[in-house]
Each structure stands twice: as structure tokens, then as C-alpha cells.
Write a protein that binds this ligand. Structure first.
Ligand code: PBG
Length: 327
């Protein structure tokens, strides 16, 4: 019998050799920690469907961001939970709104932290849609653009480094870029949720933000999970309009989309490891069915391998700890 000459196992023999030939690296500075700032609260409340994540009062938010920063996670993505909501989502662009106050406090406490803000109306509208709606319940595209642009400018005025529109209205990146530039925030970057799918994996987030739509669903603006070519069209449009970073969301069920976007475009690609993906791991780990640490590092590595330069993940802080210890 002829001896086997090519033996891939030679390069898997020791941890040191595996380290030499490893193709994908994961480091804490590639992680973005999504956090919820809650208005009018003075203590952190845990979010049931996203266990281990909290609705933070502003001082608690700064302390938690500090703990993440110490571990090497240097970027956060801030979501706001306002005290009240209205038809026009006015809390989103209130200069004294919860995100605006949170950004000011974060920048004071941690000047080197990269503060990204989610730009959308759904947490602030009484009907829970990502834009303004007409009498028939239709989400109106162009009237929403102006409100999104105001929201982004108010975040920039508070000190945000990156505005991240997640609404999926057509033309919002251009509207936001133009408004930022007019207000002399030309150094504030835009990370667009470019290929954002109408996904059931956002369920836990909507519980956290109390932002489930009161009627209908988001399928008339978020993408159909069946589509891949359309993601390329969305990404191309956002880049044309000035997006600095493009995002694919969710991550795990859309690794093919991440890979394709990485191959076709030359801008940094972000992937959002969303609340439902986090909740599944937490539930299984809580039951003793999965090794949480091993599974999380495998998932995050896989998202990087697919082509994401950066990953938004609720595991950011823990993953940073685990990565330090595994070196
Ligand atoms: C707001 C927004 C959502 C998420 C991020 N920004 C919810 C949605 O579109 O319904 C989801 C994040 C997650 O599930 O972790 N538009």
C-alpha cells in the first residue's frame, strides 16, 4: 500500500503550529458592544430575553462601557429606551434625548471610546415602526429621511463618532451624510445597516426596547431573508451615498451574504450577531447543553472567517476576557 505523503494533520499537531497556520484572528478591538441606555431610571434592569444584558441608567452605562474598554473592547453601539413615545418618534431627535445624554456622558467618562449610535425611529414611535406612518399604516419613506437626518445630527452634536442608521428607508445614508456635512460633522462616519433582513432573530431586542410594531411587520422595508443579490444592490446604494462601513444583519444565518459583500466591495464590513443569536446560545448554555465559551468563540471566528472586519455582539465583554485568557 502506498504511504500517504500529504498529511494535513502535521500542521495540527501542536497548539503552537496551529497558531502559526491559523487563517482567521479574532481580537477584542474588532468587537462592538451594543448597549441600552434607559431614560429616567436609576438602576440597571436585566433584560429577560437577553440574559446578562441590561437597560442601563446613564452612570451605569458609563461604568459598564469602562469595564468593556478595560478588556480591550473600544467601541460601543448605543440604543435608547425613552420614557415616552409619540407618532413622530420625537424622542429620537430630541437634543436632550436619552441617547444624546448618554453619548455626552460616555465621551466625558471615556474620551477614547468609539461611540456609535443606532439611528432609527422605532424605539421612539408609539406605533413601533422605523419611520412615520400615514393614515393607512404605510411607512412613508421620504418624510422619514428628514427625521433620521435630524437624529444623526443630534447624536453627532452630542459627540458620537459613528452614526448607524438601521431603519432601511431608501436614501437615508445620503440624507444623513448631507445633513452631517451641512452641520460641519464631516468627520462623523456612517455605518449603514445596509443589508438588514426582516428577521425573527430580533425578537429579544424588541422586548428590550419595547419596539415591536403595534400593527403589521417590517417586511415592507427590511429585506426578504430569501434574497442574496438584493443585498449587493442595497450595499452598492449605501456606498454610493457615502456609507463608510456597511453592515450585514443578522450574522449567523447570513454568512453567505457577509462573504459576498466582502468579496464585491472594498469598504469595511460589519456583521451584527443579533439578540436572537445571543439568546439561543444563552438558553442552551444555561441548560448545560453547550459550552458557552467555546461556542461563542467559534461563532465569532466564523463570522470573521466569512469576511466581517468587525462584529457587533452582546458577547463582546465576555469574549474579550476569554480571548485574553486563551493567548
Ligand atoms: C432598530 C433595530 C433593531 C435591531 C437593531 N436596531 C430591531 C428591529 O429592526 O426590529 C435588532 C438588534 C438585535 O436583535 O440584537 N431598527
Amino acid at each position: 500500500m502506498k504511504r500517504q505523503v500529504i498529511r494535513p494533520r502535521r500542521l495540527r499537531r501542536t497548539a503552537a503550529i496551529r497558531g502559526l497556520v491559523r487563517e482567521t484572528r479574532l481580537s477584542p478591538e474588532q468587537l462592538i458592544y451594543p448597549m441600552f441606555a434607559a431614560a429616567g431610571s436609576n438602576r440597571a434592569t436585566e433584560i429577560e430575553a437577553i440574559p446578562g444584558q441590561f437597560r442601563w441608567p446613564i452612570d451605569g452605562l458609563c461604568e459598564e462601557a469602562g469595564r468593556a474598554y478595560e478588556r480591550g473592547v473600544k467601541s460601543v453601539l448605543i440604543f435608547g429606551i425613552p420614557e415616552s413615545k409619540d407618532e413622530m418618534g420625537s424622542g429620537a431627535y430630541d437634543p436632550k434625548g436619552v441617547v444624546q445624554e448618554a453619548v455626552r456622558a460616555l465621551k466625558r467618562a471615556l474620551p477614547d471610546l468609539t461611540v456609535m449610535t443606532d439611528v432609527c425611529l422605532c424605539q421612539y414611535t408609539s406605533h413601533g415602526h422605523c419611520g412615520v406612518v400615514d393614515e393607512s399604516g404605510c411607512v412613508m419613506n421620504d418624510p422619514t429621511l428628514e427625521l433620521l437626518a435630524r437624529t444623526a445630527v443630534s447624536h453627532a452634536a452630542a459627540g458620537a463618532d459613528v452614526a448607524a442608521p438601521s431603519d432601511m428607508m431608501d436614501g437615508r445614508v445620503g440624507a444623513i451624510r448631507e445633513a452631517l456635512d451641512e452641520s460641519e460633522f464631516e468627520n462623523v462616519a456612517v455605518m449603514s445597516y445596509a443589508a438588514k433582513y426582516a428577521s425573527a432573530f430580533y425578537g429579544p431586542f424588541r422586548e428590550a426596547a419595547e419596539s415591536a410594531p403595534a400593527f403589521g411587520d417590517r417586511k415592507s422595508y427590511q429585506m426578504d431573508p430569501a434574497n442574496q443579490r438584493e443585498a449587493l444592490k442595497e450595499v452598492a446604494l449605501d456606498i454610493e451615498q457615502g456609507a463608510d462601513i456597511v453592515m450585514v444583519k443578522p450574522a449567523l444565518a447570513y454568512l453567505d451574504v457577509i462573504q459576498l459583500v466582502r468579496q464585491r466591495f472594498d469598504v469595511p464590513v460589519a456583521a451584527y450577531n443579533v439578540s436572537g443569536e445571543y439568546a439561543m446560545v444563552k438558553a442552551a448554555a444555561g441548560n448545560g447543553w453547550l459550552d458557552e465559551k467555546a461556542v461563542v468563540l467559534e461563532i465569532l471566528t466564523a463570522i470573521r472567517r466569512a469576511g466581517a472586519d468587525m462584529i457587533i455582539t452582546y458577547f463582546a465583554k465576555e469574549a474579550a476576557d476569554w480571548l485574553k485568557k486563551s493567548i
